[in-house]
Write a protein of this length. Structure first.
Lengths: 265, 262
């Protein structure tokens, strides 16, 4: 830190990481292609607009091929006060992306003395995914995340779905990703069109109940999606994002909501 | 030129007086605890006095704005790279100073061919036990720690005076409102001290230019609020967020203003 050194004040954390010698591709890009390599993946995460904002939910199972590796995986990750990321795909890459993203937003906010725009945040994740294409193509680092954010200036929430190459798609109603998602996409569409009321008009209680039921349905048909196990206090993870920021539903609250949701209306 | 020892000593001492003179007009930044964490505040003609460094770390600076900015960026870079590579818990002021900033500042100060940093910094942090800690960093890399709060000011007499008051006040038991008000009173006392000294000087020497210049600076809290911005931030334990830093809102500042200027 000599005072003749140039000041890097673009507020770009990626650039700072590169300057400090970090390489996201590291040695893994030198790996030979290996289809037999088993890496934990397979999941169901979903998100939809409801009355106050967006509900983001996910199951807790991490698998490697047929093996269940872990039952308490948190697949919905807070990025900053007003954004959440839900991950499907290779956990190592996904968690790393979440960490980079989180630091990226905070570093920008602190250095530039203003919040990064919603569009900037949405694109930051896209950029990470694009940087990761090589690993995704080798079959060792594919991630397809959901990103939910509340824009305070505009006073409304935004929901995005990404493919593993980094394309971003804004979602106005509902979205699901992961191996269990095909089982429930139709259910979500059906609920939205012909359920008691459209998803975006549902109350928090109704929205959470739907999220739990959807995950339970996905788990019924997809072995890589974990079921809730109330006897072990193991519940899906559910978070909401509203004008007050994100909030996770605690296990104690989940217990009641889960019980109520498992009954027929 | 600097081969002889005393030449080097002389150069360093000239450098000290040069920097001190440059910093002389720097307005104080006061950092004190309160019952929910720490508060840091200062008046400034332009925005750019109080900053957030990391989840639990705040910075107050005085001196040349470009130097404040450079050191702020250095701290931000170090804190974020460390927080990313290890964890947020490993980012502490003590580590940032001891292994990063202080040696660099000292080296820069002693490389007499290079322009010195014109800066003083006050850093505050809520440690993992929930206690507020305060650090004062000098332009030459010398740093001290304080439990009961501290102050930086261009004028070392003002600094000593306010520091003495801080040491004798139990800020940690005060509510936020009371702590802010008391801290502002200390600022005012610091100003009064300067003004009374200036008066004494100018009565003995009417042509003193410094005296004329200082008349332009606000002497009371009312004048300061009228002409400058008060920047104030808290690190509050009482939050669900992982970032404890929060700038005071305009509403809070104006409430504070009416409380201390009436």
């Amino acid at each position: 830190m000599k005072n003749s050194d140039p000041i890097h004040s673009s507020g770009d954390f990626f650039e700072l990481l590169k300057r400090s010698g970090y390489n996201s591709q590291s040695a893994i890009s030198a790996l030979p292609e290996n289809k037999a390599l088993e890496i934990p993946q397979g999941t169901t995460v979903l998100a939809f607009h409801y009355k106050d904002g967006i509900i983001v939910a996910g199951d807790r199972r991490a698998t490697a091929g047929n093996a269940i590796m872990y039952e308490r995986c948190d697949k919905v990750i807070p990025i900053d006060d007003y954004s959440l990321m839900a991950i499907a795909g290779v956990p190592a890459t996904a968690f790393e992306m979440a960490r980079i993203l989180s630091h990226n937003f905070e570093y920008y906010r602190r250095s530039q003395l203003r919040n990064m725009s919603t569009e900037g945040k949405v694109r930051a994740l896209s950029r990470l995914l694009k940087d990761n294409v090589a690993m995704a193509m080798q079959g060792v680092g594919a991630v397809s995340p959901l990103f939910a954010i509340y824009d305070i200036q505009q006073g409304k929430p935004f929901l995005y779905f990404y493919d593993m190459l980094g394309a971003e798609f804004q979602i106005l109603t509902h979205v699901a990703t992961g191996s269990g998602s095909p089982m429930i996409r139709g259910v979500m569409e059906h609920e939205n069109l012909w359920g008691s009321c459209p998803l975006e008009e549902r109350s928090q209680e109704q929205a959470m109940s739907l999220a739990i039921r959807l995950l339970q349905t996905a788990a019924q048909f997809d072995s890589a999606t974990g079921q809730a196990r109330p006897e072990d206090k193991l519940y899906p993870i559910i978070a909401k994002i509203t004008k007050d920021g994100y909030q996770f539903i605690s296990d104690d609250e989940m217990e009641d909501i889960y019980k109520a949701s498992m009954k027929r209306n | 030129m600097f081969e002889e020892h005393f030449r080097w000593m002389e150069a360093i001492s000239t450098r000290h007086s040069y920097v001190r003179e440059k910093l002389g007009k720097g307005q104080p930044v006061i950092g004190v605890p309160y019952n929910e964490g720490a508060v840091i505040l200062g008046f400034s003609p332009q925005p750019g006095k109080i900053f957030e460094i990391y989840d639990r770390i705040a910075l107050g600076g005085l001196g040349h704005p470009a130097d404040v900015e450079r050191l702020r960026m250095t701290l931000l870079d170090m804190a974020h790279v460390e927080g990313f590579n290890r964890s947020a818990q490993d980012v502490t002021i003590a580590r940032l100073l001891q292994f990063g900033l202080a040696p660099a500042l000292k080296q820069n100060f002693e490389e007499i061919q290079r322009a010195p940093y014109l800066i003083q910094m006050l850093l505050t942090e809520i440690n993992r036990e929930g206690e507020a800690e305060f650090f004062r960093v000098n332009y030459d890399g010398y740093w001290e720690t304080f439990k009961k709060g501290t102050v930086i000011a261009g004028d070392s007499k003002v600094c000593e005076r306010i520091q003495k008051k801080i040491d004798n006040t139990d800020f940690a038991s005060l509510s936020l409102d009371k702590a802010l008000q008391s801290a502002l009173r200390l600022w005012e006392e610091g100003r009064k001290k300067v003004e009374s000294e200036k008066d004494a000087e100018s009565s003995s020497d009417d042509d003193d230019q410094d005296g004329e210049e200082s008349e332009k600076l606000p002497a009371t809290l009312k004048e300061a609020f009228d002409r400058w911005n008060l920047e104030a931030a808290v690190l509050s334990r009482n939050t669900q967020r992982k970032c404890l830093y929060r700038l005071l809102t305009e509403q809070e500042i104006s409430t504070l203003e009416s409380a201390v200027t009436q």
